[in-house]
Structures are given as structure tokens and as C-alpha cells.
Design a protein around this ligand. Structure first.
Ligand code: B3K
Ligand code: ZN
Length: 876
């Protein structure tokens, strides 16, 4: 496939002002008649051919201004329709295509999910429905008429407002006409038709307009929509209050489907969701599920302004909508819950997903300059790092200028398809600031490493901080320019208070933010009465790696004293990380390590510090993951040694603090009915974290307690926490627990996904055979993306010792699965394939085996474009 390059962007030669779609739904032969009003763009020569995109289409009719087109006037193939010499003045094209939604296993375009017709058009799925200028800078007003048998498809939905419904005379069919007055790109088109239950509600906007809200689900699942609906209404209110953004149509519909390639999709007025991000009740959804639903509902809703009203000029600008919308959903969740706890969770995700991406063969800038398959660029870098860049902008500008810049953006670009440059220009203007250097965050791949050294001079009472920055080389980027890095900081005095400081020399400081913008910088603070401890990168104010040589006593001080809750958590993590790296390397050499007393003591004080929020304590007590430690080690990684090191530290903590654990487990149960509010969630998290340590002893008492909690749990969070311990620690009741769980939950696919996942992520060499056996389980379905993710994706990304087994069998299983899935669903296959991205960091024996699995995939000749792109880049 040819490379698409940002520098080669050309505006479209033709405009499409309106689209009338008539869709005659049929499982095997759906007929789509698209009537497009087209016009030459200023600057297009009369007679310039019109080239429309298609993908697996069959053309069955073509008219220009109502006249059948002769075969000499066009050329058509499954993936392209060219009108040789269109009229010079505006004209109308009527295209009829026939498609087979029942055979659409890629889940792009129009397909069926458990009998429901639904669509997914982002990024390039609309061209699988009709021939079109399928690019985000072609904005049109859509009217959609759907027709289907009334009994099979009582529900007919499309974008916009419903303007007409009726029966088709003399038949069992009925129709609905939807009109969306807001011009939109084709990727935001959607339709749904099927027999679904409707859960209705209402919302009154700030200006008093009444909006009808609906969630559509499979019959019988109506009772699982309360939390999603509640999250939607809170999102709508929040966007009004915090960003001044109101909803703009008469109706907002959400449909939950069980077969979906990703999380959800923000189609105008008709969001389509993976049911995993809609359905919840205490018995089947964990606290994490509730938080995810709240965040994804908000994210898709927020796209109405950041993505839909203002969209992207081209797919290189994807972060324009995604980075900004992730930032908005993060802020929403922070306001709904605890801000520091949310920040820690977001940073954990960034470090575990985006940092490895940015350090490996798949690294790319937040705004890529080249792609072969755009669907491979819905990445942690575009989304999560993209959100960090927006967050830095806010940190640098301050709240008021940031809001003024965003207001200007909404005002100036409403109704447009635009670029990162235009976005930044709004902030430059609103804040009278030059962002040309800041823009490097969109251009450069890789995570900057900031090295820090500090020195206190008691004679002169100065404190000097030497900072330097550098991005290690990544594919296609050997050198880099210094970035603009906002570092939130404090100098903490011996009493634990932040010192009052006057402006230092050597850097711009505003408030508590120091701006590092050169390769090397020396910053001197004067009149510093005593040696401070430097707390840097508070709140994780920039997506960088800090290389700061803090002494253990300084880290212990920060862990106990830092006024910034994020950095307190970070100090605990850093202490644990240092110890895990040390222990891993000892174990690797065959020595027996002894965990550090300091770390054990810090964990003990977190356990017992009741002045801290329970959720924060749970976060601090969660050791860096195996993947986090692997990333920190960086090369010649032995996952078995890392696993053993974590196990050792966990046991040592459990042994030293045994007596503190039991009361936490038993006393923290929130009173009353289950609620997903922040306080109750925090209590459950801490109790289950304590249980995790308590179980480490492996003795009978511990096993009994875990089993009892498993059986007695009245919510999924506690049940799954106990099940995970029983299975991952291979306790005697492991199989009994899995059986018990299966019997209880086999009617709920989403609950069973957790059952598959728990087994796929269990350590120990029996897991591989188990996963192979589970692939044949009657409840497993390799055509359903959620099932594949729960079993295979979680094995490949959540089980480092077994995926990277020293005999290569883990790599083989995943390679084999990628090849099998690729034939049906390239997007799911290529996502699974990205689990190999850190293969070069493994020890030589393992990396050779990973490479041969990759070569096996690469040698397959009919690989999809999606998987070909990932395997080529991974091997490069
Ligand atoms: N915009 C969609 C993602 C589409 C992915 C296409 N392969 C969901 C979201 O980010 O809100
Ligand atoms: Zn999004």
C-alpha cells in the first residue's frame, strides 16, 4: 500500500453539500441509494475527473442529474468510482450500491451484531456503504431514509433528528427519515436497525432546550443502563458548566452492541458503543468498569464539540479531536471523583501503554507525518500523550488564558475541518504567547528524559538545579530539538512545608511552574535558608522521564511529607521500583535478594496512615507492574526474574505488616447498598489491596479468608479481586472458584470475559495449555472482539512471563492467533500484533524467539494492510 504523507495534503477537487441516503435493509443484500449534490471547488478546472472512494462495493446504478450514465463516462471497481468529465456547474449524482452486511466480518461499514444492523465508519468505513469522498474535510448535510421489515427491525435510527416515519403500503416494511442539520464528514455517519429495547430519559440544556435521551440495548438488558444514563446527564451538564458547550440536536441516542472493534464511536447524535462501556450492575461490573463507563460515555459525548462540530482536516490531525477529548474526559472524571487519584490512574496508564510505545519500533509523533493504514494510529500516543500535550498547554497558559483560547477555537472553527496549527493559533492569540517551540510536542516522537542535579550552598544560601533534556533516538528520528517542558515543583523545607521563594535566575517561573526550554539549564534560587528537598514534576506536569538522583532519605522524606499527593505516591513508587530493579538483577544472577527495609517500612506507614484517602493508599500499595519494571530495566529483560522480585517484595511486605492487614480487610466494607462513588470505591480498593498482601503468606487461614470473601461478595469488585488471588496464587480452591464463578455468570458474556481474562493472565507454565483449551470453550467466540481481547490480548499484554516464555510457545500462540484472526478482522488482529512491540528489549534467547514468530507472520503473503503495516514496523 502506498504511504500517505501529511506534506502531500491537497484539498478535495469537489464539494459535497448534501447527501440523501436511501437504505433498503436486508441481511445479505442491502441496497443503498446515495444522492449527492456536488460542486467544483474554486480552483478546480472544469472537467476534472471526480474520483470517489469505495471498498468491497458493487455498483448497481449510476445517474448524473437524473440521467443514466453511459459506460464510457465512468469507470467503476469495488474500491473506486471515477466520473470522467463531470459538468462544470453543480450537479447531482445518484449512486446505487449493493452490500452484504451479514458477510461483513471486519466490523467496518454496515455490519450485523447479534442480528442488529449497525455501522462503524471511522476512519474509512463509509466507503464500504457507498462511493464517496471519504475524507474528513468533505462536510455534508445528511438525510437518511431507512426501510426494513417492521417485525425484525422495529427500531430504525440514524444521525440527527427524526423527521418522518411510516409504513410502506402493501408490505410488511416500514421506514424512518432522519435529518442531521449539522454538516459532517462521512466518518460520523451512522445507522442502526433492529429489535432493541429503548431506555428513555430527558435533559434540559442550560438555555432551556429539551433533549430526548435514549439508550438502546438488547431486550432484557434495560436494567443495566442506569449508570450509563446517569453518566451521560452529568457529562452534558459538566460540559455546559466547565466549557460552556451545549448539546445541539433534539435527541441524543446511544446504542450498545456486542460486536465492536473498539470502545465506542461518537457518530453525530447516534453514539454506538461496545456494550462493555454501557452495561453495568453491581453483580457483573467492577468499580473499574463503572469508572470506564463514566469516562467513555463522557468522551463520546464531548466529541460533539471537539470532533464533530469542529473536526479534523485530515487523519494526521487525529489528535486534534482525540487528545483534546481525552483531556476533557480526564478532567470530567477528576471532577466527579478524587482529582489526585484520577491523575495517578491516568499517569499509570500513560507510563504503561504510551511510554513503551514511544520507546519502541511503533513510536510516532502525536501528529504522525506518514501512515500506511490510519486505523493503526488510534494509539496511546495520539490519545493519551495527545491529552498530556493539551494539559501542558493549560499548565503553561494558566486556567483563564487556556479557557479563552478554547473559547476562541470553538468560536472561530465551528463547522470546520481544521488543523493543529489553527488550534494552537487560538491559544497564541488569546494568551499573546508564541507557541512555535511548544508545537514540537506534536512533531517529535519519543519521551524526553530530563536529568536533574541539585546543589545547596549553605554559605551563599543558594539552591542550584541543573537540568538537561534529551530524547533517545527512535525510528526515523535520530536527533531532537529541546522541548518546552513545564515542571511543577516545590522546594520543601525541613518542616515539611513548601518554601516561599523569590524568582530564580536561569528559567521562567510562574507560580509553581518552572519552564525548561533549553537542552541544558541552570536555575538558581537565592535566600534559601536551609537545604530543601526538591519535589519536581508535581502532578506529572509533563510526559517525560525524570532522571533524578534522589537519596533514599530524600525519597522517604517525599513519601511522607510532599504536599503534592501525586509526588507522594510517586516517591513510594520510585522506592519500590528501585528495589524491584535491584532484586530482579540479583535474582537474574542466581543470588537471593532481600527486599529493602525502607520500602517495607514505607508500605507499612501507608497501610496505617488513616489521614490519607483510602483510594490513594491503595494506589501507593500497588507495586509497579511487571511491565513497568521491564520498561525501567530497558534491555536484556528476563520476565521470570522480575516476577520473582515482585513476589519476594510482596511477601516481605505481607510478613512485616501481617497484623495491620486483617483489620483493613474486615473493617472497610462500605455500609449499605453498592455504590460506585469515590469513597466506597476507595474503601474496596484498599481492602482488596490488603487482601492481596494477606494472601501472600499462602497459609490455610489466608486461603480460607480469600475463599470466604469470594463466596460472600455482594459485588463484582470484591468477587473478582478474590477470584484473581485464588487463580493467580494457584490456591487449592482455584478450580472450585472458577467453576463457581462460571455457574453464576455464564449468562453474561461481559462477566465471562473476566473469567477468561483471569485465567489468561495467571502466572505459571500451565496457563498456555489452558488458554489453548479455552479457545475451544463453548462460551469463547473468536469472531467477537471482546472475547478475543479477554483471552488472547490479555494473555499477550497482561502475562509477561507466559507470553515471553523461554521456549517461545507464548509467542507462537499469539502469532498463530494473529494470522487466524487477520483473515476475518484485520483491526483486531493488528491490535493483538502490537503486543510484540517491546521484543527487542527482551534477553537474547527470548528476543530471537519473538523475532521468529514475527517473521512467521511477515512471511504470510495475504496479510491485511493493517497487520502488514504493524509487522513491518515492528521488525524494522
Ligand atoms: N473515534 C473513535 C475511534 C475510532 C477508531 C477507528 N478505528 C472512538 C473515540 O475515540 O471516541
Ligand atoms: Zn475519541
Amino acid at each position: 500500500a502506498p504511504a500517505i504523507r501529511l506534506e502531500e495534503y491537497q484539498p478535495p477537487a469537489y464539494r459535497i453539500d448534501t447527501v440523501h441516503l436511501d437504505v433498503q435493509l436486508d441481511p445479505a443484500a442491502t441496497t443503498v441509494t446515495a444522492t449527492l449534490s456536488l460542486a467544483r471547488q474554486a480552483g478546480t478546472k472544469a472537467g476534472t475527473p471526480l474520483v470517489l472512494d469505495g471498498d468491497e462495493l458493487t455498483l448497481t446504478g449510476l445517474k448524473l442529474n437524473g440521467e443514466e450514465l453511459g459506460s464510457q463516462d465512468f469507470t467503476a471497481s469495488a474500491d473506486r468510482l471515477e466520473i470522467n468529465a463531470p459538468p462544470a456547474s453543480p450537479f447531482e449524482l445518484t449512486i446505487t450500491t449493493q452490500i452484504n452486511p451479514g458477510a461483513n466480518t471486519k466490523l467496518m461499514g454496515l455490519y450485523r451484531s447479534s442480528g442488529t444492523f449497525c455501522t462503524q465508519c471511522e476512519a474509512e468505513g463509509f466507503r464500504r456503504i457507498t462511493y464517496f469522498l471519504d475524507r474528513p474535510d468533505v462536510l455534508a448535510v445528511y438525510t437518511t431514509r431507512l426501510e426494513a421489515p417492521k417485525a425484525e427491525c422495529p427500531v430504525l435510527l440514524a444521525n440527527g433528528n427524526l423527521i418522518e416515519t411510516g409504513g410502506v403500503a402493501g408490505s410488511d416494511r416500514h421506514y424512518a427519515v432522519w435529518h442531521d442539520p449539522f454538516p459532517k464528514p462521512a466518518y460520523l455517519f451512522a445507522l442502526v436497525a433492529g429489535d432493541l429495547a429503548q431506555v428513555p430519559d430527558r435533559f434540559t440544556t442550560a438555555s432551556g432546550r429539551d433533549v430526548e435521551l435514549n439508550i438502546y440495548v438488547e431486550h432484557g438488558k434495560e436494567g443495566l443502563c442506569d449508570w450509563a444514563m446517569d453518566s451521560l446527564k452529568r457529562s452534558m451538564r459538566w460540559d455546559e458548566q466547565v466549557f460552556g458547550r451545549e448539546y445541539d440536536l433534539e435527541v441524543f441516542n446511544i446504542v450498545a452492541v456486542s460486536n465492536f472493534n473498539m470502545g465506542a464511536m461518537e457518530n453525530k447524535g447516534l453514539n454506538i458503543f461496545n456494550d462493555k462501556y454501557v452495561l453495568a450492575d453491581p453483580d457483573t461490573a467492577t468499580d473499574q468498569d463503572y469508572a470506564n463507563i463514566e469516562a467513555v460515555i463522557a468522551h463520546e459525548y464531548f466529541h460533539n464539540w471537539t470532533g464533530n462540530r469542529i473536526t479534523c482536516r485530515d487523519w494526521f490531525q487525529l489528535c486534534l479531536k482525540e487528545g483534546l477529548t481525552v483531556f476533557r474526559d480526564q478532567e470530567f472524571s477528576a471532577d466527579m471523583r478524587s482529582r489526585p487519584v484520577k491523575r495517578i490512574a491516568d499517569v499509570r496508564l500513560l507510563k504503561s501503554h504510551q511510554f513503551p510505545e514511544d520507546a519502541g519500533p511503533l513510536a510516532h509523533p502525536v501528529r504522525p507525518r506518514i501512515y500506511h493504514e490510519i486505523n493503526n494510529f488510534y494509539t496511546a500516543t495520539v490519545y493519551e500523550k495527545g491529552a498530556e500535550v493539551v494539559r501542558m498547554l493549560k499548565t503553561l497558559l494558566g486556567d483563564d488564558s487556556f479557557r479563552a483560547g478554547l473559547d476562541l477555537y470553538f468560536d472561530r472553527h465551528d463547522g470546520q475541518a481544521t488543523t493543529i496549527e489553527a488550534f494552537l493559533a487560538c491559544f497564541e492569540e488569546a494568551a499573546a504567547i508564541d507557541l512555535s517551540r511548544f508545537a514540537l510536542w506534536y512533531e517529535q516522537a519519543g519521551t524526553p528524559v530530563v536529568a536533574v542535579q541539585s546543589e545547596y550552598d549553605p554559605e551563599r544560601q543558594t539552591f542550584t538545579v541543573k537540568l538537561s533534556q534529551e530524547i533517545p533516538p527512535v525510528p526515523g528520528q535520530k536527533s531532537s530539538k529541546p522541548a518546552v517542558i513545564p515542571l511543577r515543583f516545590g522546594l520543601i523545607g525541613p518542616n515539611g512545608e513548601d518554601m516561599d521563594l523569590s524568582a530564580p535566575e536561569g528559567a521562567t517561573v510562574s507560580g509553581d511552574v518552572l519552564v525548561l526550554d533549553k537542552a541544558h539549564q541552570e536555575v538558581t534560587f537565592r535566600d534559601v535558608a536551609s537545604r530543601p528537598v526538591l519535589s519536581l514534576l508535581r502532578g506529572f506536569s509533563a510526559p517525560i522521564r525524570l532522571s533524578q538522583e534522589l537519596q533514599p532519605d530524600e525519597l522517604l522524606f517525599l513519601a511522607a511529607q510532599d504536599n503534592d499527593p501525586f509526588n507522594r505516591w510517586q516517591a513510594v513508587q520510585t522506592l519500590a521500583m528501585q528495589d524491584l530493579v535491584r532484586l530482579s538483577s540479583l535474582i537474574r544472577r542466581g543470588d537471593s535478594g532481600k527486599p529493602s527495609e525502607d520500602v517495607i517500612r514505607v508500605m507499612g506507614s501507608v497501610l496505617t496512615d488513616t489521614s490519607l484517602d483510602a483510594a490513594l493508599r491503595a494506589q501507593a500499595l500497588t507495586l509497579p507492574s511487571e511491565a513497568d519494571v521491564a520498561q525501567e530495566i530497558g534491555k536484556d529483560v528476563d520476565p521470570d526474574a522480575i516476577f520473582a522480585a515482585r513476589r519476594l517484595l510482596r511477601e516481605a511486605i505481607a510478613l512485616s505488616h501481617g497484623s495491620e492487614l486483617l483489620p483493613l480487610i474486615t473493617s472497610l466494607a462500605p455500609a449499605g447498598a453498592y455504590s460506585p462513588d469515590a469513597e466506597a470505591v476507595g474503601k474496596r480498593a484498599l481492602a482488596n489491596r490488603a487482601l492481596h498482601y494477606y494472601a501472600a503468606s499462602g497459609d490455610d487461614d489466608a486461603a480460607r479468608l480469600v475463599w470466604d470473601r469470594f463466596v460472600a461478595a455482594d459485588n463484582m469488585t470484591d468477587r473478582l479481586a478474590a477470584l484473581t488471588l485464588l487463580v493467580h496464587d494457584h490456591m487449592a480452591q482455584e478450580e472450585a472458584a472458577l467453576d463457581h464463578y462460571r455457574k453464576r455468570h455464564e449468562a453474561s458474556s461481559l462477566a465471562m470475559d473476566k473469567w477468561f481474562m483471569t485465567q489468561a493472565t495467571a502466572p505459571g507454565d500451565r496457563t498456555l495449555d489452558k488458554v489453548r483449551a479455552l479457545m475451544k470453550h463453548p462460551l469463547y467466540d473468536s469472531s467477537n472482539p471482546n472475547r478475543v481481547r479477554s483471552l488472547l490480548q490479555s494473555f499477550a499484554t497482561g502475562n509477561p512471563t507466559q507470553f515471553a516464555r523461554a521456549d517461545g510457545a507464548g509467542f507462537e500462540l499469539v502469532a498463530e492467533s494473529v494470522l487466524a484472526i487477520d483473515k476475518r478482522n484485520p483491526q483486531v488482529a493488528s491490535r493483538l500484533l502490537t503486543s510484540f512491540r517491546s521484543w527487542r528489549a527482551l534477553d537474547p534467547q527470548r528476543s530471537v524467539l519473538a523475532e521468529s514468530a514475527l517473521l512467521r507472520i511477515s512471511s504470510c503473503e495475504d496479510l491485511s494492510r493493517d497487520s502488514r503495516d504493524i509487522v513491518d514496523r515492528t521488525l524494522q
